[in-house]
Design a protein around this ligand. Sequence first.
Ligand SMILES: [Zn+2]
Length: 432
Amino acid sequence: MTSDKKNTLFTSLANLIEIRRESLVELTQDLIKIPTLNPPGENYLEICEYLNKRLSKIGFETQIIRAKGAPGDSDKYPRWNIIGRKEGRNSGECIHFNSHTDVVEVGLGWKFDPFGGQVFEGKVYGRGACDMKGGLAASIIAVEAFLEACPEYNGAIEISGTADEETGGYGGVAYLAEKGFFSPQRVQHVIIPEPLHKDRICLGHRGGWWAEIETFGEIAHGAMPFAGDCAVRHMGEVLNEFEETLFPNLKKRVTEMPVIPEGAKNSTMNINSIHGGQVEPDPESNALPSHCVPDSCRIIIDRRFLIEENVEEVKAEIENLLEGIKSRRPKFTYEVTELNRVIPSMTDKNAPIVKSIATSIEKVIGKSPDYVASPGSYDQKHIDRIGTLKNCIAYGPGILDLAHKPDEFVVIDDMVDSAKVMGNSLIDLLTS
Ligand SMILES: [Zn+2]
């Protein structure tokens, strides 16, 4: 197809998206009204059935798949996923839109009903409006308009709604990737409509290493601490060593990845929790704690690392620091238990999906895109590592800062614009 023809096609597609503005809003509202809270992972089947109706109506072949036995899956809280595919008339490449269906807890401070999907001043409000039911709705509308404008396309289109992204994606994208749904033979381009904003392309994310560190002591009467060994004081030395050497070293490391916000361009570490000594008393109890020297103290660390770092080095750095303390502190014993690891992912800026979306942003928004990378992570890690598919980005409407906050919203105009961007890339990649 000549570029003139593609331009004409885009004009009619953009028009068809405008006509569907009301439908886009209703779809977003409907998705918000299904409270897919995770944890514990509620209503996954309901949202899959809702999406099944919508996708079947436009000719998608769908499968609803339970991630049986995946972390988080149980008979009480089954991890259901939906994946739909629609073949074009001619052979060609497959574009896959993947959205997670789960939302995080509501929290306090809402003025709007978190599951009401209320529209106010051009925005749809609710838990998941921005992260990422607005993005899911925009991708469906983009596909619906494309199918009407261009029924004789090449290749295939896939749309999936997957569980558990907010808790690691093991019962969602990771499970589907293990079953071959994200193999490069089946799918060639993946767009994850996470809320990175309509003029930004997210190329990937940093890595993460989570571990528990426990220091040990010896229990004794609190009136005679010299008769025991205080595990909390040992942990105090660990924390001190973090302050003196680890944190300053992390700050010196800067990534070449376009991570936002600026502070996340450095290596970082959070100490998520600390507990020493006896089990915390039941809040109902008013008994005083007994006088004991603690024989255990535990912390959980959340170390986010750069693509230039290696997870084994990240782990060794912590272990070496602890070994250093051990060599100069009598009776210091510890244990490190790895809880989870996520490998960084970064798609090449010249990858076909990046170039296509960049051109589409220029066409729809009238500016060159900003290239970013996420400080945390999202399901790209599973598509990259398990699926071995490298041509994947996050692109979708919504303002990242609003994700997980009270009165979360998505701007309707942004959803419409990003649907046009996605639609233009469908024309770009699936017509010839
Ligand atoms: Zn998300």
